[in-house]
Ligand binder design. Sequence first.
Ligand SMILES: *Cc1c(COP(=O)(O)O)cnc(C)c1O
Length: 401
Amino acid sequence: MGSHSINGVAELHTELLTKDTLGDFYELFPHKFSNKTNGVTPRRWLVQNNPGLTKLISEKIGEHWITHLDDLRQLEGFADDGDFRYRWGQVKLDLKRSLAGHIQQRLGVTVNPESLFDVQVKPIHEYKRQHLNILHIVTLYHRIKQDPTVNIAPRTFIFAGKAAPGYFMAKLMIKLIHSVAEVINHDPDVGDRLKVVFLPDYNVLCQILYPAADLSEQISTAGKEVSGTGNMKFCLNGALTIGTWDAANIEICQEVGQENFFRFGLTADEVYQRKAEGYNPWDYYYGNSQLKEIIDLIGSGHFADEDSTLFQPLIDSLLHQDQYMLFADYQSYLDCQDSISRVWCDRDRWLKMSILNTARCGKFSSDRAIREYCDQIWHSSPVSIQLADYVQPQTALRVDS
Ligand SMILES: *Cc1c(COP(=O)(O)O)cnc(C)c1O
């Protein structure tokens, strides 16, 4: 009632606000509602965090893109340039080597920098479904145990992020990641085909995690994520996204093109529909033998020194009352991951997609978002400042005081 303006921070979320969450207010005050899709600042999330890629980009298209991110479109033309693709790949490989060094130092785990770096870095929450990611990892592990000669494109799964201190289920998800990692990283049948790591200290490491990613995991239950900004940080650094049709993922896919995005899972409408019909996880459990086998494997205590009680609360929630509907998206997620492994093996194609992701994410600059707030919400106009005065710290101090 007291608000001058109400905005969702991605198109889907604004739509959900006006139709559902705040539907009656929207009927009364439609003029107050608008969408302002979030953005991230390219100065921190690319220039500061990824000097190698910044240098390569600026060498080709100058530096104007740093304050006008739409200029990255000029990179599109270089996606077909073999020499440029090679250098793009080398920058990424250097970042992955450096991250591999941190992982070795911090966790004592040796990861292969040439493997696919599959990264899920974000707050730990059931709606963000880090445990769906784990179901994929356990499925790959299960495949290897059933047939140690099976052909699997090598992957390094990297997790990081914090859980709220009192959020029991999120803490249990972190425990599950560690437990699965412990078994997989030491199984000689697996070798160096799969490695799983949970990196502590998101605050310190995020700067190198986003730039070093090949694949960005944005796998929230459709309708649950508000916008996401991690998805934008990854895309800016040339990671490809595996994502649900949720939040800003939708807009990223629209910008980069569906041929450069890995989409899976139910839509928000389908999630509501499935819930209205009565979502029954047991149908999926008994209907999908692969799913049943891996859930039973986790439930058996295989990853918990044969303690079958440790992960029971997590399994119970998946089987009895899972509002995040992991099982409904499981097969689609798996199929999508399998197609990603095939594309990964075609290095030229992957690099091309990576370049196009960076080239087409200009919309997700916070400069654009802030300009929209200024123009359409605050009705404030730009003021010219002498930037040179502000970049001198001492001058800035004098101005503040
Ligand atoms: C980017 C960022 C987020 C948002 O991450 P999502 O993946 O969009 O959930 C949250 N916290 C910090 C500290 C971040 O840097």
